[in-house]
Design a protein around this ligand. Structure first.
Ligand code: SF4
Ligand code: SF4
Length: 385
């Protein structure tokens, strides 16, 4: 269904990446230092407490992959190859603007790739504990956040005290609560929020502050309410509602969302680090240890690099209750062993605990398998008709 753009604040019609680029360029012009990030574990609130601006670096296009493959193995996850290709080709504007990069030891491919880019500009790698249920994990992650603080303070000659960090995490809680209110409109049956609009909100809200996002997000709420009143929604009547979980999806990987729509479905919950995930958990407020509060909340992020990653199953259950999908699709990027192996547990959970049809798709950024994906998604939808 064609609808007027939800965000008409001067950027209407521009893709999310362009809007974020405008946002970053505005900060650059004001002289605000920019710090590149790659992962959902990067503690954005610490960066903001120091008066720095986090920029999510490019990783979702197939274009730079051939350049990456001159150095990296071809059978590596496309997200890692794309990230590296953007850097060696000099085509990621966010990387060009960044004065430093924050990275984490998540999957093997990523951490080895970080070694290759570490010489280009200051790159701080955080050692991420991967057994989040162990007692010492939170203590160790807090130490890593404090170490990052030392790196940023030294490189940018700035300081943040506990009150500034507390203020930043409280602001993030407000921002995330507002983003949640927007997502509530996707949870309606039928959904009145398109996945592209959810992505616009997510891509813009992730690096921005609450003060920057509040007027934008609050302006969306009456527009969405109007859609409800007027009975406008996305998808044909009775369209299968789809929760897409798994690896991050952006750029060329959004082909999966287009395939779902072409097969007659509606994406109601994009559950990944480029979708709902970064906005779902809240920070403990007014503790005497705001860095500890950061560590606690970030370690709850249910990434497949964690073991065990039981948090992902409870997180999925909460999303299923809230967004009421008819089917769940697990999106796995080729050579992502963590999400690929974990898919067995996820499928079992979705089918046995929630009684929902489940489909794992393993793909890359190319268009070669689009028809095959469509056939498989159509067959999945047949199961509920
Ligand atoms: S899926 Fe895991 S490794 Fe990838 S961005 Fe999210 S937290 Fe980081
Ligand atoms: S999708 Fe998987 S393999 Fe690729 S960067 Fe993320 S965790 Fe690593």
């Amino acid at each position: 269904m064609n609808m007027p753009p939800l965000m008409d604040d001067g950027f209407a019609g521009e893709p999310p990446a362009k809007r974020v680029l405008n946002y970053m360029q505005g900060h650059k012009q004001k002289g605000d230092p920019i710090v590149g990030i790659y992962c959902g574990y990067a503690p954005i609130e610490l960066i903001q407490a120091l008066g720095l601006v986090p920029a999510v670096l490019c990783a979702f296009s197939k274009v730079p992959i051939p350049a990456a493959e001159t150095v990296l193995p071809a059978n590596l996850c496309p997200l890692i190859k794309s990230s590296y290709g953007f850097i060696v080709e000099g085509t990621c504007p966010f990387y060009a603007m960044s004065q430093a990069v924050i990275a984490e030891t998540t999957c093997d491919g990523k951490k080895k790739m970080f070694e290759l880019i570490a010489d280009i500009k200051p790159t701080h790698v955080m050692d991420l504990p991967q057994m989040p249920d162990q007692q010492e994990a939170q203590r160790n992650w807090k130490q890593m956040i404090l170490k990052l603080q030392g790196f940023l303070e030294k490189n940018f000659d700035r300081r943040a005290d506990r009150h500034q960090i507390e203020a930043a995490l409280q602001a993030s809680n407000r921002k995330n609560a507002l983003v949640q209110k927007i997502f509530d409109y996707a949870a309606l049956t039928p959904s009145v929020l398109h996945w592209k609009e959810m992505y616009e909100v997510c891509f813009l809200a992730l690096p921005a502050t609450y003060a920057e996002m509040q007027p934008i997000l609050e302006a969306l709420l009456p527009k969405l309410e109007r859609r409800v009143q007027e009975g406008v929604h996305f998808g044909p009547p009775g369209a299968p509602r789809v929760l897409v979980t798994g690896c991050p999806i952006g750029g060329d990987a959004t082909k999966i969302f287009n395939v779902i729509e072409a097969a007659g479905g509606v994406v109601v919950a994009p559950d990944s680090c480029t979708g709902l995930k970064p906005f779902l958990n809240f920070f403990a407020e007014n503790t005497d240890d705001p860095v500890g509060a950061l560590a606690e909340r970030y370690l709850k992020l249910p990434c497949a690099c964690m073991t065990p990653n039981d948090g992902r199953l409870s997180h999925l259950s909460a999303l299923i209750e809230r967004f009421k999908p008819d089917v769940v699709i697990d999106f796995v990027l080729q050579a992502c062993h963590g999400y690929n192996v974990e898919s067995y547990k996820v499928g079992k959970h979705v089918q046995e605990t929630h009684g929902l049809p489940f489909l794992k798709v393993e793909t890359d950024y190319s268009d070669g398998d689009t028809e095959q994906l469509k056939t498989r998604v159509e067959a999945l939808f047949e199961r509920i008709r």
